[in-house]
Ligand binder design. Structure first.
Ligand SMILES: Cc1ncc(COP(=O)(O)O)c(C=O)c1O
Length: 324
């Protein structure tokens, strides 16, 4: 008996390897592996989940998620990002942004297709492209410009075999917020080749000096699938709530196969997510301020190391100095 090439060809993530080692290690570690806020989930969110569990909201929900949650997602997209989607047909709630990405690529890419992935990258895009039997095509972004999105390089990699282009702004791991003009150019080039753009925006709401534009707000094309989640912005990584929002044909296909992957996201977590999206924003603001302070400290310390060369740290310092 043999395992499929689909799974044997995928390497386990080094991030998770470090995470497992750190879980077992003793002592006072500074954990820098998974992208996880070290803050507790806001109290009003935990209260909403507790209430839901006690009141018997513990059953399967619609595959696409609770209508109230989909409405809250559509409202927040309209208010915060100027992105307008129909909550009934253009939003599907998933087990984290991770499942939203996986379902999206299963829907839009297959054998013989290419998925363009600008790097430095979050390695799961590679695995997710391969799980869809597609070939990931890495496009390195130039270090000299602090890993700015080099639209020309990406457009060069797009061809008629391209099924999707992954765009992650704000970016993990570089923290880069990409320029709207570059994002727009890539989306339009993808549309010219009938390719989707998968816009991973899970770090929105946690930037410091710039206000990132949502890819979906920049274009009139109908090829952008927006991925987001409660994980980072509301310190809810373990609740596993994410979503995809965008063209109805992708959302309805993803909702259909969602039945066979996880059926629906956790009902209790969905109630928690409604509270997160519609409740007070203070905890996010507190987190953002704490992260900014730490980022400034790290940028200064790295810059002070003789011979260090870190474009991202440099950018932070330049901004810091301008602010002073
Ligand atoms: C760039 C990026 N996208 C998506 C995710 C998925 O997060 P989640 O599944 O918790 O929503 C992560 C998690 O680290 C990430 O870094």
């Amino acid at each position: 008996m043999e395992l499929t090439d689909r799974v044997t060809g995928i390497e386990a993530s080094k991030i998770r390897e470090m995470f497992d080692l750190a879980e077992e290690a003793e002592g006072d570690l500074v954990r820098l592996e998974v992208g996880e806020p070290d803050f507790d989930t806001p109290e009003h969110v935990v209260d909403a989940a507790t209430r839901a569990a006690r009141e018997g909201e513990t059953h399967y929900t619609a595959n696409a998620g609770l209508p109230e949650l989909r409405a809250a997602i559509a409202d927040s997209l309209a208010t915060d990002r100027d992105v307008h989607v129909d909550p009934d047909t253009e939003v599907c709630v998933t087990a984290g942004g991770m499942e939203a990405l996986h379902l999206t690529l299963l829907c839009v890419a297959s054998d013989g297709d290419e998925v363009v992935v600008p790097s430095p990258l979050w390695p799961n895009y590679f695995a997710q492209a391969r799980l869809a039997d597609a070939t990931p095509v890495e496009v390195p972004l130039p270090e000299e410009t602090g890993y700015a999105l080099d639209a020309d390089r990406i457009i060069e990699a797009i061809n008629d075999d391209t099924a999707a282009v992954m765009l992650n702004s704000p970016s993990n791991p570089t923290g880069r917020v990409h320029d709207p003009a570059d994002l727009r150019a890539v989306v339009e080039a993808a549309a010219d080749h009938d390719a989707y753009v998968v816009a991973d925006e899970v770090y929105m709401g946690l930037t410091y000096d710039v206000d990132p534009a949502s890819v979906a707000s920049l274009v009139d094309t109908d090829n952008v699938v927006l991925i987001d989640s409660c994980s980072k912005r509301y310190a809810m990584t373990g609740w596993r709530i994410g979503w995809l929002a965008g063209p109805e044909e992708v959302v309805s296909a993803a909702t259909k196969i969602h039945e066979s992957t996880s059926s629906c996201a956790s009902s209790v977590s969905q109630h928690a997510a409604i509270a997160a999206l519609t409740g007070p924003d203070e905890v996010r603001e507190e987190m953002q301020a704490a992260f900014a302070e730490r980022r400034d400290l790290v940028a200064e310390r790295i810059d002070a190391i003789e011979g260090s060369h870190l474009p991202a740290a440099r950018r932070c310092l330049l901004r810091l100095r301008r602010r002073e």
